[in-house]
Design a protein around this ligand. Structure first.
Ligand code: GLP
Length: 244
């Protein structure tokens, strides 16, 4: 789906999420959202906050699982995805703290595997992800599933691609400060979501979007696996769609 602007596209995505939340409220059921960080989803979060403030949209029936976190990373660091999510969404809505899940970058090397397995189990225990939102990295990563990630991969520690480290360098005030690893949901975890919405804005994403949508399905571009998903939409602005 190609929109005139990322603003219009983000409004569409936020509306779909809000509609599902309201629908489930009628039957007192929960909604499980898979959330992403990065610059791409921020306008969606702005709209969700707006709906909370202006339309009294409640998030009390919402359970969230974030895709990824740098490893190691302390939750109170300015670079943490915990901080990002609080600033962009959680601090401004009425979601229950116990319903928020973000991979714990403060795990030790010894207990991180146990944490990852428990994260997977928690997603399943909550009935799986209803809507997973995604951005896309220049390497074609989804979450932090870099080239080489398999279709069946689960939540785990991964080594970040050099391109990803370079892209993150300015946020970390230098390449040498970017953590070399991350915890990420796997491709398999993402593919198990009932619905997936991948968003991309700007010309800088147009080449990888072309590969992801029209290219051969292969591990070297993990986003191509989404072609297998039965309910996945790519929501693009015109610039990101310009190579299709
Ligand atoms: C990071 C995140 C991804 C995100 C990607 C793109 O690598 N782990 O989930 O999709 O950045 O970031 P941006 O949206 O800023 O382009």
């Amino acid at each position: 789906h190609v929109y005139d602007s990322s603003e219009a596209a983000s409004l569409y995505v936020a509306r779909e999420i809000a509609d599902l939340i309201k629908e489930r409220q009628k039957t007192s059921d929960n909604v499980v959202l898979g959330l992403a960080t990065g610059s791409t989803p921020t306008k969606v979060y702005d709209y969700l906050v707006k709906f909370h403030k202006e339309e009294s949209l409640s998030f009390k029936n919402v359970i969230t699982f974030n895709l990824d976190e740098y490893f190691p990373m302390q939750p109170d660091s300015i670079h943490s995805y915990v901080r990002f999510m609080n600033e962009h969404l959680f601090d401004h809505i009425d979601i229950l703290k116990e319903n928020i899940h973000i991979p714990d970058g403060s795990c030790t090397k010894e207990n991180v595997k146990e944490f990852c397995d428990a994260y997977e189990a928690k997603i399943e225990k909550n009935g799986g992800i209803d809507i997973q939102i995604l951005g896309i990295g220049r390497t074609g990563h989804i979450g932090f599933n870099e080239p080489g990630s398999s279709l069946s991969s689960k939540t785990r520690v991964v080594r970040l691609d050099r391109v990803t480290l370079l892209d993150a360098a300015s946020d970390f005030f230098g390449l040498e400060n970017v953590p070399a690893k991350a915890i990420t949901m796997g491709v398999g975890t993402i593919m198990a979501a009932k619905r997936i919405i991948l968003m991309a804005w700007g010309e800088g994403k147009s080449l990888i979007i072309k590969h992801a949508v029209e290219g051969e399905i292969k591990e070297s571009i993990p986003a191509t696996f989404l072609q297998h998903h039965v309910n996945c939409d790519f929501i693009l602005d015109e610039a990101a769609a310009s190579n299709l």
